[in-house]
Write a protein that binds this ligand. Sequence first.
Ligand code: WQD
Length: 336
Amino acid sequence: MVVLLTGGTGFIGSHTAVELVQAGHEVVLIDNYVNSHPDVADRVGHIVGRPVTSLQIDLLDRAGLEAVFAQHRIDGVIHFAGLKAVGESVARPLAYYHNNLTATINLLEAMTAAGVKKLVFSSSATVYRADNPVPYREDYPVGATNPYGWTKVMIEQILRDLVAAEPDWSVMLLRYFNPIGAHPSGVIGEDPNGIPNNLVPFVAQVAAGRLPRVRVFGDDYDTPDGTGVRDYIHVMDLALGHRLALERLDRPGVETYNLGTGAGSSVRQVVAAYQRACGRELPTVVAPRRAGDLPSVYADPSKAAAGLGFRARRGLDEMCADSWRWQCRADGWTVD
Ligand code: WQD
């Protein structure tokens, strides 16, 4: 298939591009580079052994977007593009609703005009109501606690309503848990702007000596060691999940799948795994709980196993080892 990846030079998009090309698909990456770098496309090309098409396009630019469909015979779309910082979304709700919702509607209208009706949407476990029991199942109630999460809930609803109105659309809603790690080559990985909000990129920068210590946001939760538990999934497993979903867009309708391991790891377990990966002790300090954090979040992965034949196979040590290899190379790599 020729697959358009919006947000294609981002963390998940770039790793999915590698997975798709190496499985025989062709990719067209579009991105506005607000939260990624143009050279990521060269890095993807380096890994797959040939150049990949990459265009600077903002989904808010209707004409630019329509030109992409006019110039490329797109068979399907994976929609990654969107602002995704939870804290920033609370401070800038209009920017988040405008950027994430208008961009998505522009994309869907451009797809309709071009007759492209196969879509995989990058959703998130953040759509699940906070009072759901764990492990989360796809039929559990949704409801967010921040504008970022609400944009994901709303886009899922837009897509369900579109499919109800136009049943020839094929849509997959993929709810990610906590994607971490990097491609084993170390050539691409998570490259957040500024001080990372998320745990593993923060720990990686402590390991690299760029940050002084890890702050453990609370150690008095009702969890085995008192620290927050999450379902960390290797970004390459996540990329495989996207390919399997894409290749099952041959049936009309909309399906929702969790992409997680079904296993929870605590903050202290992640720090210990990272210490094994980088071979040094990482200084930590217990800090106050972060507002909005839940004690424990992890997936019931059984529907994706049955419906997509998807199982995340890589464990926490491999995730941290691949993340560390990327962290060590991230600054030094140039396109040869
Ligand atoms: C993980 C655990 C923290 C940082 C977020 C978004 C979610 C999704 C994935 C987009 C928690 C603890 C963290 C730190 C810490 N993103 N922590 N010190 O909050 O589970 O999910 O990213 O879809 O929408 O909410 O991920 O990595 O921020 O936190 O102790 O410096 O690590 O309390 O228990 P989270 P996270």
